[in-house]
Design a protein around this ligand. Sequence first.
Ligand SMILES: Nc1ncnc2c1ncn2[C@@H]1O[C@H](COP(=O)(O)OP(=O)(O)OP(=O)(O)O)[C@@H](O)[C@H]1O
Length: 645
Amino acid sequence: MNRRMGVRLFWAVLAGAAADLAGLGLIAAAAWLITRAAEQPPLAALSVAIVATRAFATGKGVFRYAERLTGHDVALRAQAGTRERLYEALIPPQRPRHGGADLLSRMVDDTEAVQDLLVRCLLPAAAAAIAGLAAVVVGLTILPVSALVLVAGLVVAGVLLPAGTAAAARRWSARIAPARAALAGRVADLVHGSADLAAYGADGQALDRALAADGALAALERRQARVHAAALAGGTLVQGLTVAAVVLIAQRAGAGSVGTAVLALTSLVAFEPVLPLAAAGERMAGITAALRRLREIRATAPATTEPPAPAPRPEGPLTVEIDNLVVRHPAHDGDDLTAMGDASPRPAPGRRPSAPGDASSFPSPGDARSPDSGVPAPGGDGRLPQSDGVVPQAGGVVPPVGGVVPPVGDVVPPAMASGRPALDGVSLRLTPGKRVAIVGPSGAGKSTLLAALMRLVEPESGAVRVNGTDLRDLSGDDVRTLMTGLTQDPYIFRASLRDNLRLAGPEADDERLSQAVRDARLGEWVERTGWDAELGEDGRTVSGGQLQRLALARALLYDPPVLLLDEPAEALDEEAADRLMSDLLDVTRERTTLLVTHRLKGLELVDEIVVLEEGRVVQRGRHDELVSVPGYYRDLWESEVLTRR
Ligand SMILES: Nc1ncnc2c1ncn2[C@@H]1O[C@H](COP(=O)(O)OP(=O)(O)OP(=O)(O)O)[C@@H](O)[C@H]1O
């Protein structure tokens, strides 16, 4: 917290304490006034008390207003600052350790905890301490022994009870938080997976599971609410007992009716700001947990390290040299997203689970590729599945809720399981205008190579250089200005078609936009749909093929010096995919391009084909050379020719 915030907080505490003191003064003055008036003294003897009562009554309202204003001002500023720091922490490429629902709840609920910490805990506690102290001082001046009783009561209600509720809440939240996370995961599954659940008739089961999670959470919360009610009742009981004790002591000590009334009412009012502290203690447990979760996110190390003084961005025609590159993905600790019912956004419509002939696009760093579970190919012949776009599923098994259907067919064992690097000594040279295609079975490391080029993963050894400058010396943003393209699971925003495209070219005029959609073979659809048509969130109103082409149009519009394309024809039917690939090879002529693909048709036009297997280059050359020698490429080519017949 900076100095300015500290000063604001100080004023808020002062205003809160002044309001409580005014309340105390009001009761004390009123009590004195009423009891003294009963003795019928001359009016002049009451005038000070009358003025004081008025002043305290007005002051209480004014100070309370000032406290609310300054307190909320500080709290909202602190919350905004926390959100800002959280967003900043999320900007650099990171391993996605948290599911979408979890992250959203951290961004909304956990940052609100900062507001509660100030408004519901720290400010009231500070104000209550000052008011309590003042009440004790009043007691000390009238009857010191009554002040001791008051101190005891205030300590029980203001310290012991809140400590007890905080401890109980910690115990409860240890049980409630997982139950809440389980419910959030189930609900996210229902929302994002509704189409799949309906398709496999699994919606009833999923709904039952969500209802069971809801029931479990409700039962825990009911029990917690009982503890909460007991704590509140306990506070009121302590208040009553303390006041009764003070009255008894005052009477026994012969404090007189005025003194007794002042002591009793002062004690009663001193508890007013103290009693809510039991609830604050309970909230405190949730707040500390929320702050810990926020720190956890902020402490997550970025996937790559930015250089302290980035080198200038290389200009002109670019030559990219990949030199003996080794990349190893970090092991995932703890967050098993699929097992937890990962609530991350569903794959784009039309996307299928990773399967042979169907690579998912290049990953965000740390993307846990659960599809690559190493399920062996039926018959182990490494053949491609039929190319009608239907992915065979093992025995027609209903996909696990929140999980992924295991792929069948041509996959290499996951790098994680075998401890091998995802890329193991890959070298490649991309000169200006050269087009290179990367092919290989699922899990071979193709997407990892593109991620390394976009500086989304850190190489273990080797280097990627652009015009001689190591990517590690450039800022990540600069690298992604030079080399980018069709990303993994492209996202379509809830915005017009034009705005969705403009994301990649805010300055682009209509002609450039039209050219990009024509190049992505989307012209007809755009004409039919209209540039101003609103597209749904996550592309829910467009087909898988349209989404893919729209993303491709975006990449073409951005027009980076080195164009990276990860399975641009994914999710298209064979005819459309062939057309798209042929157009793509047309528009990328003379453009430095790295193309990851499982479709070999048209690759005779590229300058070099690199075959990756288990992170290593196993074949490289031109199409004609590769089909003339036995190996993965020729097998793939033959199976493609067979399936086209
Ligand atoms: N974020 C990650 N964390 C851990 N392992 C990963 C991660 N991303 C990929 N891997 C592993 O690295 C290896 C290469 O994965 P990569 O996604 O690069 O393969 P790919 O050839 O692009 O596969 P596909 O064709 O299915 O997209 C695989 O074994 C995969 O399990």
